[in-house]
Design a protein around this ligand. Structure first.
Ligand SMILES: *[C@@H]1O[C@H](CO)[C@@H](O)[C@H](O)[C@H]1NC(C)=O
Ligand SMILES: *[C@@H]1O[C@H](CO)[C@@H](O)[C@H](O)[C@H]1NC(C)=O
Ligand SMILES: *[C@@H]1O[C@H](CO)[C@@H](O)[C@H](O)[C@H]1NC(C)=O
Length: 377
């Protein structure tokens, strides 16, 4: 039966192709800094690295720090947070088979543990979170509701199960996709419906209070994007960055002076990229595994600063990225072009890459079903 043979051989060749495809999906890596501003990269081609401080990024090679009990980094939206008092990195969404646990990397001991967490009514497939600097409590927004998770003083998992608590309504429309960042113990929300460009809504964490009036911070667009705190050597963050999805600029908002600086946009336009900022750099990891940074100096206007590749990580980029994997399915357009090397850069749509990976998986599943049903005949 030729059709039977064709189906079997097609499915086998597709399966062997998929078997050799790298396990990279958009958003499965993240970057963070430890308290000495060493750049840590997690889930880059199946391994973790310490790239050291900024002065070492332009040459040489980062050190591998892959250790036991790390998460598989197979999630679609891995996010990393620095607990500055405890020199710990908290990792969310890095284990598809266990979406509610928090993995903890103790950056001093260089060891991993897994904190059991009861997600309660938090939708672990759809939320955005910040880690409050002073209280070490996560605040998440999911479906327009605030949730909190108290990490107390953990730099390793405790045997007690923790829980996300439903705090209160945000008052936002449920269609609002949060763009949120912590500064001065307040959560700043951008791109809020009915709030003008250049302004933010402010949630005062310690009083669980959403300020009724928006605060004006100068000039930045009303757009969805990525935002995060700019850490200081000590004390609560006073500035945060905002990168709209179109990647057109990097904005830094200072919540003391109520002003905004405009700097160059990142080298890779990628809505699935992840960002993290130390006192002197804003770092991007793209879905293809390119790591780049914008040098930052809070006493300069930053208008002449430009993004550069973290060279010491370049050789660890997965050789075959999600997009090149997807090209084997026949649905592909060329997406990853390694643009991180140049500041003008190229454009990679990580969501597209991830969509194609999902498509490849279901095509394979359909063929397996086809092959199996042919065998039954
Ligand atoms: C990942 O992020 C996207 C965009 O923010 C969101 O739509 C999706 O639900 C998230 N998925 C998970 C697993 O968190
Ligand atoms: C600017 O950076 C210096 C040195 O890191 C720090 O002491 C100061 O608080 C920072 N100012 C703001 C507004 O972040
Ligand atoms: C920033 O705005 C707040 C609220 O309007 C105000 O209290 C504060 O004085 C402003 N800061 C500066 C430096 O103007």
């Amino acid at each position: 039966m030729p059709s039977f043979l064709t189906a079997v051989s097609l499915s086998l060749s597709l399966l062997s192709f998929l078997g050799s495809a790298p396990l990279v999906s958009a958003g499965s890596s993240c970057v963070a800094f430890d308290i000495n501003w060493n750049l840590l990269v997690f889930g880059l081609g199946g391994a973790d690295y310490n790239a050291g401080t900024k002065d070492t990024w332009s040459s040489g090679s980062a050190s591998e720090i892959t250790a036991d009990n790390r998460p598989p980094f197979d999630g679609d939206n891995v996010t990393c947070y620095l607990s500055q008092f405890y020199n710990a990195i908290y990792v969310l969404g890095a284990d598809k088979s266990d979406a509610s646990s928090v993995y903890i990397y103790d950056a001093s001991a260089k060891s991993w543990s897994k904190q059991a967490v009861d997600a309660g009514s938090l939708d672990t497939s759809n939320f955005d979170a910040i880690l409050d600097h002073d209280t070490n409590v996560f605040y998440a927004v999911s479906n327009a509701e605030f949730f909190s998770l108290d990490m107390s003083s953990l730099n390793a998992a405790s045997s007690d199960k923790l829980a996300w608590n439903d705090v209160q309504s945000t008052g936002f429309d449920s269609s609002y996709k949060p763009v949120m960042a912590l500064a001065q113990n307040h959560i700043h929300f951008l791109d809020v419906p009915d709030v003008d460009e250049g302004s933010a809504k402010i949630f005062v964490i310690h009083f669980s209070f959403m300020q009724p009036d928006a605060q004006s911070y100068g000039s930045f667009p009303k757009a969805h994007g990525q935002a995060g705190s700019i850490f200081l050597d000590a004390g609560v963050q006073e500035e945060f960055f905002f990168i709209p999805d179109d990647g057109s600029a990097t904005y830094v908002i200072n919540v003391e002076s109520n002003s905004t600086k405009t700097m160059a946009g990142p080298p890779t336009v990628d809505t699935s990229a992840f960002y993290f900022a130390s006192p002197d750099s804003i770092v991007q990891i793209s879905s293809a595994g390119d790591v780049a940074y914008l040098p930052y100096d809070n006493s300069s206007d930053g208008s002449s600063a430009s993004w550069a590749t973290v060279q010491s990580l370049a050789s660890f980029k997965p050789s075959s990225s999600a997009s090149s994997g997807a090209s084997g399915t026949g649905s592909a357009t060329e997406t990853a072009t390694g643009g991180a090397a140049s500041a003008s850069g190229s454009s990679t749509d990580g969501n597209g890459a991830s969509g194609r990976m999902a498509g490849a998986g279901s095509a394979a599943a359909a063929l397996v079903v086809l092959a199996l049903s042919a065998l039954m005949l």
